[in-house]
Ligand binder design. Structure first.
Ligand code: BMA
Length: 332
C-alpha cells in the first residue's frame, strides 16, 4: 500500500490523452517545475498511427513531449502545439520521459530518446519554456536523468541511469551521478545506488523526481521495479508483468553520490484504480514519478505517470518523506 504520508488527489488522473489539443493516444510520464510564477509541466505523448495492421501494438508509434501550464498545480491547460519533438532522426528518434529543473534561472529539460544505436539521454535549455537549445546527448545507453536544483561545487549535477546491457541478466541498472561545467560535457561519474542493493525491487531502478534541498540532505524519489514471473500478464501488449513503485532517498548535501538513508519500502505504489489493472491502461501497475514541486507550507506536490496512460498528482509533507528514509545505506 502507498504510505499514508502521500495523499493521492481525489480528482486523479489530472491529465489524459482526451485533454490534448493535438493528436495523441496516451499522455503520461511528466516533469513539473515552478516557472514564471506558474506550474509548468512537460509530459510524454505516445501517438499510435494506424498503418493498417490489425494489432494496435504494431501500429507506427511517435513519441513527443507536450507542455501544460497551471495556476494551482492541479488543473493544467495544454498548449496547442507539442513542445518538443525529435529533431535529427539519425541521432535523436522518439523523445520521451521529460524531467525539468530550473538552475540559475534557466529551464533545463532532460529527456530520453530512442535512436538506431540505443537509448540516449538528452539535455536542452530554455529561457522561456518555448525555445530550446540542445546541449547534450549521452552515449548509448542512458536515460532517466534528473538535475539537482543548484550547482554543487560549481558544477551542474545530475542523477542518471546508464544501462549495463552486457550484464543485464546478473546486474540490473544502477543510479549514477555526474557533473558538468556547462551542461555539454559530463564527467566525474560515480555510482549512487546499486540496483542489487535496493531493498524492495528485483529488477531495474532509476532516478524519478529531481532532488530538492532539505536541511537533512538532498531528498529524491527513485523508481524500482518488481518482476513477478508468476503474475498474470496484463496491459495492451498482453505481456506486462512488472510493478513500478517509488521510494525515497536522502543524499549528502556536499557529496551527493553518498546516500545517507533510504526508505526500506516503497512510499508510492500503483494501488489506485487509474494505476492498476482497473485502469485498462497500456501498462497497469506502474507509477513513474518525474516531478516534485515544493510548496511554501512544507508540503510538496508529486507528479507521476499512471499505468503508462495518464498523469496523476499527490501531496506529501517534505518532513514526512525525509522521516520515511530510515534505512542506512549500504543496507545490512
Ligand atoms: C520504463 C520507461 C518508462 C515507462 C516504464 C514502464 O522503462 O520506458 O517510460 O513508464 O518503463 O513501462
Amino acid at each position: 500500500m502507498t504510505a499514508p504520508i502521500i495523499h493521492k488527489h481525489d480528482g486523479n488522473p489530472i491529465l489524459k490523452a482526451a485533454d490534448l489539443p493535438f493528436p495523441g493516444t496516451l499522455a503520461y510520464n511528466c516533469g513539473v517545475c515552478r516557472f514564471t510564477g506558474r506550474y509548468l509541466m512537460f509530459f510524454r505523448v505516445d501517438h499510435y498511427i494506424d498503418n493498417g495492421l490489425p494489432d494496435r501494438m504494431k501500429w507506427d508509434r511517435k513519441l513527443l513531449i507536450g507542455r501544460a501550464w497551471s495556476d494551482d498545480g492541479i488543473r493544467f491547460q495544454v498548449d496547442p502545439q507539442p513542445a518538443f519533438v525529435a529533431e535529427s532522426p539519425e541521432e535523436e528518434g522518439n523523445v520521451y520521459d521529460p524531467r525539468v529543473q530550473v538552475v540559475d534561472g534557466r529551464l533545463y529539460l532532460c529527456y530520453a530518446t530512442d535512436t538506431s544505436v540505443g537509448i540516449r539521454s538528452g539535455l536542452a535549455v530554455s529561457d522561456d519554456g518555448y525555445q530550446f537549445e540542445r546541449l547534450y546527448l549521452s552515449a548509448p545507453d542512458n536515460r532517466n536523468a534528473v538535475l539537482f536544483p543548484e550547482r554543487i561545487n560549481g558544477l551542474l549535477t545530475r542523477l542518471d541511469r546508464p544501462f549495463a546491457r552486457i550484464y543485464r541478466s546478473t546486474r540490473p541498472y544502477d543510479i549514477w551521478l555526474s557533473q558538468s561545467p556547462d551542461g555539454r560535457f559530463w564527467g566525474g561519474h560515480k555510482v549512487v545506488l546499486a540496483a542489487s542493493k535496493n531493498p524492495w525491487s528485483n529488477d531495474k531502478i532509476g532516478p524519478a523526481t529531481p532532488p530538492i534541498r532539505t536541511k537533512y540532505g538532498w531528498l529524491a524519489l527513485y523508481h524500482g521495479v518488481y518482476l513477478d514471473p508468476n503474475r498474470p500478464p496484463c496491459g495492451w501488449e498482453g505481456t506486462w508483468r512488472k510493478v513500478y513503485m517509488a521510494g525515497a532517498m536522502l543524499l549528502d548535501l556536499d557529496q551527493p553520490h553518498r546516500i545517507l538513508r533510504l526508505s526500506p519500502a516503497p512510499v508510492l505504489l500503483p494501488d489506485a484504480p487509474y494505476e492498476d489493472e482497473r485502469s485498462g491502461g497500456l501498462r497497469p501497475n506502474v507509477v513513474f514519478p518525474g516531478g516534485l514541486v515544493e510548496e511554501p507550507d512544507g508540503q510538496c506536490r508529486i507528479y507521476w505517470g499512471a499505468a503508462d496512460t495518464t498523469v496523476a498528482v499527490g501531496t506529501a509533507r517534505i518532513d514526512d518523506l525525509v522521516a520515511a528514509c530510515t534505512q542506512e545505506y549500504p543496507c545490512g
